[in-house]
Ligand binder design. Structure first.
Ligand code: IPE
Ligand code: MG
Length: 231
């Protein structure tokens, strides 16, 4: 979800205004995703690296996150959404972790769309943590080193309960991944669109999904193999 700050600055507004309007995009895109029957939506809300931003911007983002968790509670519970968080959430201040942990627990039995917030999240940090846990288990004799394969590594990542990642959308024209879901994007479709996040609403999501539908995902196979497998 990129481009909040620039969106605001172009309008002569403080950056936090961009984040505030961006939270409205979160609400609209989440609702549209659920209505479309998308199984899982993961939002990169705050990266491990975002902690280094000016303290007032970080504090403003934390306030917005708290407001979001409090205001979306009924939308999440009424619609059977399961909230999930990935990242180093213990680094977040108590005013965020309190409503976060409450909603994570209360929505855990919901069976609708999985809404994952990536908070204090970094893809390399996640992989590092997974390797550390794996090494610990191998050292403790719980696991032979030979058993480490792709599935085993995936199982140690915080995304292991999510379905495979199909589509990654980055807004605001930047064409980079910025430490998001590095392992998980292996065969995801990547989409870089110019619209800044505060202007990204359900109409833009529909456009992305239409484009996604036109792509051929080959997973390393040939087009011919895929059409043979269809018949
Ligand atoms: C993304 O918008 C939101 C967060 C990182 C929380 P930015 O704040 O990165 O906006 P730009 O890139 O400065 O425009
Ligand atoms: Mg940015």
């Amino acid at each position: 979800m990129d481009g909040n700050g620039r969106w605001a600055q172009q309008r002569g507004l403080p950056r936090i205004e961009g984040h505030r309007v961006g939270a409205d995009s979160v609400r609209d895109v989440t609702r549209a995703s659920r209505e479309l029957g998308i199984q899982a939506l993961t939002l990169y809300a705050f990266s491990s690296q975002n902690w280094a931003r000016p303290a007032d911007e970080v504090a403003g983002l934390m306030d917005l996150l708290r407001d979001y968790l409090l205001s979306e509670r009924s939308e999440i519970m009424d619609n059977g959404i399961r909230l999930f968080a990935i990242g180093d959430v213990d680094k977040l201040p108590p005013r965020v972790t309190e409503p976060l942990h409450a909603l994570l627990a209360d929505s855990a039995a919901n069976r609708g769309m999985i809404l994952t917030l990536a908070l204090s999240y970094g893809g390399r940090e996640s992989i590092t943590r997974a390797i550390r846990a794996l090494a610990r288990d191998v050292a403790a004799g719980l696991l032979p080193a030979e058993s480490i394969d792709l599935d085993r590594i995936s199982a140690y990542l915080p995304t292991h309960e999510l379905p495979p990642l199909d589509l990654l959308i980055r807004t605001s024209g930047e064409q980079r991944v910025s430490n998001f879901l590095l392992w998980e994007i292996a065969y995801a479709e990547l989409m870089f669109i110019d619209t800044p996040w505060p202007d990204f609403r359900r109409a833009q999501l529909h456009e992305c999904l239409a484009q996604y539908g036109g792509r051929e995902r080959r997973f390393g196979l040939t087009s011919q193999q895929l059409s043979d497998a269809d018949v």
